[in-house]
Design a protein around this ligand. Sequence first.
Ligand code: ASP
Ligand code: MG
Length: 261
Amino acid sequence: MSSPVAASASSSVHTVAHKFGGTSVANAQRYAHVASLLLARPEAGQITVVSAMKGVTDGLIELARLAAAGDAQWRHAWSALRQRHHEAATDLLGEQAGELLAWFDGRFDALADLLQALSVIGGLPDEVLERVQGLGEVFSAQLLGRHLRALGHDCAVLDARQVLVVSHGELGVEVDWERSAANLAAWRQDNPQARVVVTGFVARDGQGRITTLGRNGSDYSGAIFAALFQAAELHIWTDVDGVLSADPRVVPEAVTLAGLS
Ligand code: ASP
Ligand code: MG
């Protein structure tokens, strides 16, 4: 792997990158908890990569498959997914939710148009699946970013599809560090905030088409953006009570350790 070209306008600032998966952002309460964890941190620069809400990626793939198979059930599934995002926005933002609700409506309307087209075509091109399955991260980053802002903390939301360029090779997904770093540097000029929330999972290919890093790819996104933002550390958070003294499947009496050196 070649190393990323210096990109960040904030390279001299002590920056820490964080990644939160779908379970950690499963609903409004979980987003609020993530925000409280982030706001309690001391770092001057903070990059937070998020997954889609738990189950949303599966839900989006299912939607695309239903529509492509001509199954009219996709409308119910679409409506449920929209409802879930509306609820999260309303719970998190209360009276300030209006703008995000309208934004969600725009995205979901465009998604419905695309699904309708799939049902007419009767097939699911890879390119369309890639576009649809990554939407959960785009929604998720808005939820967290706007929540942080509503709490009074300036924060930029970066849609990775704007900057991250990758190719799919034999060894998996490869990052075009030079182009990605140049794109990020350009984006940073208009978005210099110390706090940035970034979509996991999604990217573009060399031809500018929307793509993803593969299922469960948000950890990889966390590592990529930690490098691009020249973070000193990457924290991959996971939603557990702590570290157990043994594998509980083997040792049922395993206990949560109070501390580790
Ligand atoms: N949301 C994507 C998935 O479910 C990426 C991720 O969560 O890491 O695969
Ligand atoms: Mg995951």
